[in-house]
Write a protein that binds this ligand. Structure first.
Ligand SMILES: [Zn+2]
Length: 395
């Protein structure tokens, strides 16, 4: 890591030398890349290709297209005016509450942060913020600042521990630039600018700018919980409460005409696109014992999607895993509700089977586990469930 770091140093120092205000990409400006920036983009494109080839992308073409449609809405009819910057969003399969932008326009959002977001307007704030790092050429301007406080090695080691050897190789192949962008964010004034421009972009696109503040509030909640290790995005960013205040301040300065038009939150559109991912995040939180996070998300989903069988099934899983007094009963009721809504809901069938197994009711355990195995087909735990069924039948 250190070796890679020092090889980038001349570039970093060169960038520091020309820190006058640079012209952003976008409508009304024609921007040509200079030699240094061209080199920066080459590095960042190579990094991006390595990430895409790593197997760590979250494979959901529809969700990815949806995220890019929200980005398009922020760019309006001006997409061409941002050239040579071609912003595009990709999803990284990782529990980190994180997102980052690379200089040439690729934006990476982690599944962990998408699982914390509650509507399309909050997503627009996140994407508007990252987009602004690209349009305002923050990497070109102030890489050195972020670089000075680099804790990239920690990020890489956690990523590697999560993903196995594949990711370790990937991390070794990435430049320091990528690590700085993904881990540290930029200097405080660049972050503020990204917040301000992002918030303005979302309001101009018709999104309720009040959701900008709420997006940070949600991230602050994540940062306050004992989950700190997962929350890279904000651990080194400017203090969350300060950012929330400046969001509110900026909304206060927006014109009444703009605010009258900017009312869209898009809860349903976000859930239509991201419900599967949010369920997976809930499952991940339950498995990791992060019951508070899972409870909060399930409460939100119960309000927004009261007829969703899988949400009830995960509520059952949460209670079964938590195991506090009364939880077994609650789990059973939640599973039964899920099966009323969808008699073939696999998470509920499995959960009920395992619950009966724990209670020593082998007959019902076999019945539900068999139904789960029939329903879930190729799920990775089906062979184990089948073994369990055989064992129970033999007893
Ligand atoms: Zn940022």
């Amino acid at each position: 890591m250190r070796g890679a770091a020092s090889s980038l140093l001349p570039l970093v120092l060169a960038a520091a030398g020309c820190s006058q205000r640079v012209t952003p990409f976008g409508p009304g400006h024609i921007v040509e890349l200079d030699e240094e920036e061209r080199r920066l983009w080459q590095t960042s494109m190579a990094d991006s290709e390595a990430v895409k080839a790593s197997g760590k992308l979250y494979r959901d073409a529809e969700l990815e297209a949806y995220l890019n449609s929200v980005l398009d809405r922020l760019l309006g009819e001006h997409r061409k005016a941002y050239l040579p910057l071609r912003p595009r969003v990709y999803i990284l399969d990782s529990p980190f509450v994180n997102a980052f932008a690379l200089p040439h326009g690729d934006i990476y959002v982690h599944t962990g942060i998408l699982g914390r977001i509650r509507n399309e307007a909050q997503l627009a704030m996140l994407l508007g913020h990252e987009l602004t790092h690209g349009t305002h050429r923050h990497a070109h301007q102030h890489l050195e600042h972020a670089y000075a406080s680099s804790g990239a090695a920690a990020y890489v080691s956690v990523l590697a521990a999560l993903g196995g050897g594949n990711v370790q190789n990937l991390a070794a192949g990435l430049s320091q630039l990528m690590l700085v962008a993904s881990m540290n964010g930029y200097s405080r004034d660049k972050e503020r600018q990204a917040d301000e421009v992002g918030l303005t972009l979302m309001a101009q696109a018709g999104y309720d700018p009040g959701e900008g503040r709420r997006m940070f509030e949600r991230m602050k909640d994540a940062a306050d919980s004992k989950d700190r290790g997962w929350n890279f995005y904000y651990s080194t960013h400017p203090k969350m409460s300060g950012r929330m205040e400046s969001c509110a301040e900026l909304v206060g300065r927006m014109s009444p005409e703009l605010l009258a038009e900017a009312k869209d939150t898009g809860v349903d559109r976000y859930l239509n696109a991201a419900l599967g991912l949010i369920h997976e995040e809930v499952e991940r939180h339950i498995v990791q014992g992060k019951y508070k996070l899972a409870t909060e998300t399930l409460a939100f989903l119960a309000g927004a999607r009261p007829q969703d069988a899988k949400t009830w099934a995960y509520r059952g899983d949460l209670c079964r895993a938590r195991g506090e007094p009364g939880d077994q009963d609650q789990a059973r009721r939640a599973y039964e509700r899920a099966l009323e809504l969808n008699p073939r809901e696999p998470v509920a069938l499995r959960g009920l089977g395992l619950l009966y197994l724990r209670q020593g009711n082998n007959q019902d355990a076999v019945r539900y586990l068999q139904a789960y195995a029939d329903e879930a087909g190729t799920a990775p735990d089906v062979p184990f469930i089948r073994q369990t069924i055989q064992r129970l039948k033999g007893e």
